[in-house]
Design a binder for this molecule. Structure first.
Ligand code: NAI
Length: 333
């Protein structure tokens, strides 16, 4: 039997974690033959809630779970970590300015970055889910200089899945018939959901989405804003933010990173930019990626016309502003 891996979930008492834990424990992410030890981190007042979660994990009686650590201590949480889901973050409260939110999160991700740098394995794979996910990831990477840049990522897979679902529903096909959609940039309303290279399998043939839908106007306007605003639409209806779909997307993201993507298929991941597609190096920007042997590579050579350039730049501009504000907050800390 394989050695257990150490899997960390922060914000473990929250609603996304509640959907995430079972899928991870059941082998959906790291494989049905991969035992694991869970490390659950939350803030001190939530330790009681974590005890309840542990009781439920016990009651699921899943053989892959070889141990569960619950803690409010970052050293204990990140010790020997192989994979980390950073879900916990400061939520936006009423009347809170964007700057206040950034400052509160900078504090959390600075502290967790420093702890990951010291205590996690150097091979650790890190997924930031907590918002603002891209900039939290940038701050985390900044304070964990000994971890390779390619081990940091943030979640835009939920947006990717939302884009697939919208195309599938419009064409009345199954979502898995839709391939190679892309989310570019920030996990925010400036993101660019792009289906110019996407295909859909209709009666056994892969057809470009633009040819199948035959409504360029919809694809270039309504489709984009539906995906950009989907998170807000869920909040308006549910009075709570997306949790089940966010947990599912987090599992998709980590599973593909761990186990690889299919040939000729790509997925969207927020990663530390290497300058591809004219994006500032070091910014955490969502790109289409292929994954093989646990390593991603950014898909190169996709067409960028004037229309797309403007959208790629708009979301980059927002990320550059977030970066400036966040780095300012680190120095005033
Ligand atoms: P939640 O409020 O239910 O849970 C958050 C948990 O994090 C709470 O238990 C809280 O005590 C904990 N927490 C706060 N500070 C912490 C710290 N310093 N260390 C450890 N734990 C800490 O929130 P939910 O719904 O689970 O969402 C979590 C985050 O995910 C939010 O920031 C949300 O905006 C974000 N999100 C991101 C998505 C994406 O696609 N990137 C999609 C949906 C949500």
């Amino acid at each position: 039997q394989k050695e257990p891996i150490h899997v960390v979930i922060t914000g473990a008492a929250g609603q996304i974690a509640y959907s995430l834990v079972y899928q991870i424990c059941n082998g959906e992410v790291f494989g049905k033959d991969q035992p694991l030890i869970l490390h659950l981190l939350d803030i001190t007042p939530m330790l009681g809630v974590l005890q309840g979660l542990v009781m439920e994990i016990d009651d699921c009686s899943i053989p892959l779970v070889k141990g569960v650590v619950t803690t409010d201590n970052e050293e204990q949480a990140f010790k020997d970590a192989d994979a980390v889901f950073l879900v916990g973050a400061m939520p936006r409260k009423e009347g809170m300015e964007r700057k206040d939110l950034l400052t509160a999160n900078v504090k959390i991700f600075k502290s967790q970055g420093t702890a990951i740098d010291k205590f996690a394995k150097k091979t650790v794979k890190i997924l930031v889910v907590g918002n603002p996910a891209n900039t939290n990831c940038l701050i985390l990477a900044h304070f964990a200089p000994s971890i390779p840049r390619e081990n940091f990522s943030c979640l835009t897979r939920l947006d990717h899945n939302r884009a697939k679902a919208q195309i599938a529903s419009r064409l009345k096909v199954s979502p898995d018939a839709v391939k190679n959609v892309i989310i570019w940039g920030n996990h925010s309303a400036t993101q660019f959901p792009d289906v110019r290279s996407a295909t859909v399998n209709v009666n056994g043939t892969d057809t470009p989405v633009y040819d199948a839908i035959k409504d360029d106007q919809w694809l270039k306007s309504d489709f984009i804003s539906i995906v950009q605003k989907r998170g807000a639409a869920v909040i308006a209806a549910r009075k709570l933010s997306s949790a089940m779909s966010a947990a599912k997307a987090s599992c998709d993201h980590m599973r593909d990173w761990w186990q690889g993507t299919k040939e000729n298929e790509w997925v969207s991941m927020g990663v530390v930019s290497d300058g591809s597609y004219g994006v500032e190096k070091g910014l955490v920007y969502s790109y289409p990626v292929h994954i093989k042997n646990g390593r991603y590579s950014i898909v190169q050579g996709l067409p960028v016309d004037d229309w797309a350039r403007e959208l790629l730049d708009k979301t980059q501009k927002e990320l550059l502003e977030e970066k400036t504000d966040a780095l300012k907050a680190t120095s005033s800390e």
